[in-house]
Ligand binder design. Structure first.
Ligand SMILES: Nc1nc2c(c(=O)[nH]1)N[C@@H](CN(C=O)c1ccc(C(=O)N[C@@H](CCC(=O)O)C(=O)O)cc1)CN2
Ligand SMILES: NCC(=O)N[C@@H]1O[C@H](COP(=O)([O-])[O-])[C@@H](O)[C@H]1O
Length: 215
């Protein structure tokens, strides 16, 4: 029996230099990408920043860097599918080679995944497959783990279930709360995200089953 999917994911090819970065929060990962992209050897440039809410620090960071921004809020749409179509159209205006979720707190639906699937990279503040979802740091602390970390992955139609590109470990210290632990994770994930986005832009990305292959 053959398995048919409605859309064949488009792989990110070599020289995948146009990045659209999706944000919802303070933008420390966006700032790290912006610090890297001025070097032509990096191989990628942030061409737009799209948020699901206004009034966030990440949008200020983008504007201060002269990067075009757009906001597509779920509350402005009748349903999730309409919002998903609008985000797809907005991101598509900027013709990205790669879409980077840098603290983007909304799940994509079929329209977005059909257009950009296979070239959406996400960073998550836990060692997947443990602690997926919107509260990875809080859930890891509540579970009592002694080591957690961050994961850079390719987004699929599950919640943080996509093929993993890279992971880094961070020790949980006695007395950590969600904020202190998340800050130490962010310090590590910024470097990891910048490294792997650059590698994908320079060398290309393809997905084979559970495996994301760069180069
Ligand atoms: N189809 C997918 N979309 C996205 C994924 C993914 O793996 N598959 N990753 C996210 C980012 N993400 C974690 O990395 C994530 C973001 C948000 C949620 C979530 O449950 N969001 C709730 C709202 C929660 C809140 O605002 O506090 C929601 O969307 O209703 C889970 C995982 C990028 N998109
Ligand atoms: N599930 C998605 C998720 O939790 N994403 C996390 O939000 C933070 C955003 O920080 P930033 O706005 O400072 O880059 C990052 O730690 C990122 O991994």
């Amino acid at each position: 029996m053959t398995h048919e999917t409605p859309h064949r994911p488009t792989p990110a090819t070599r020289d995948s230099g146009r990045l659209v970065v999706l944000v919802s929060g303070t933008g420390s990962n966006l700032a790290a990408l912006l610090a890297a992209h001025d070097d032509p050897a990096y191989g990628a440039r942030v061409v737009a920043v799209v948020a699901d809410r206004s009034g966030i620090r990440a949008l200020d960071i983008a504007r201060e860097a002269g990067i075009p921004t757009a906001v597509v809020s779920l509350k402005d749409f009748d349903d999730r599918a309409s919002w998903d179509a609008a985000v797809t159209e907005t991101v598509g205006v900027f013709s990205p080679d790669l879409v980077v979720c840098a603290g983007f707190m909304k799940l994509f639906g079929a329209t977005f995944l059909g257009r950009f699937g296979g070239r959406i990279v996400n960073t998550h503040p836990a060692l997947l497959p443990s602690f997926p979802g919107a509260h990875g740091v809080r859930d890891a602390l509540a579970h009592g783990v002694k080591v957690t970390g961050c994961t850079v992955m390719v987004v699929d139609d599950g919640v943080d279930t996509g093929p993993i590109l890279a992971q880094a470990a961070v020790a949980v210290e006695p007395g950590d709360d969600e904020a202190t632990l998340h800050e130490r994770i962010k310090a590590v994930e910024q470097g990891l995200l910048v490294e792997w986005v650059g590698r994908i832009a320079r060398e290309g990305l393809r997905v084979e089953g559970r495996h994301a292959i760069v180069g």
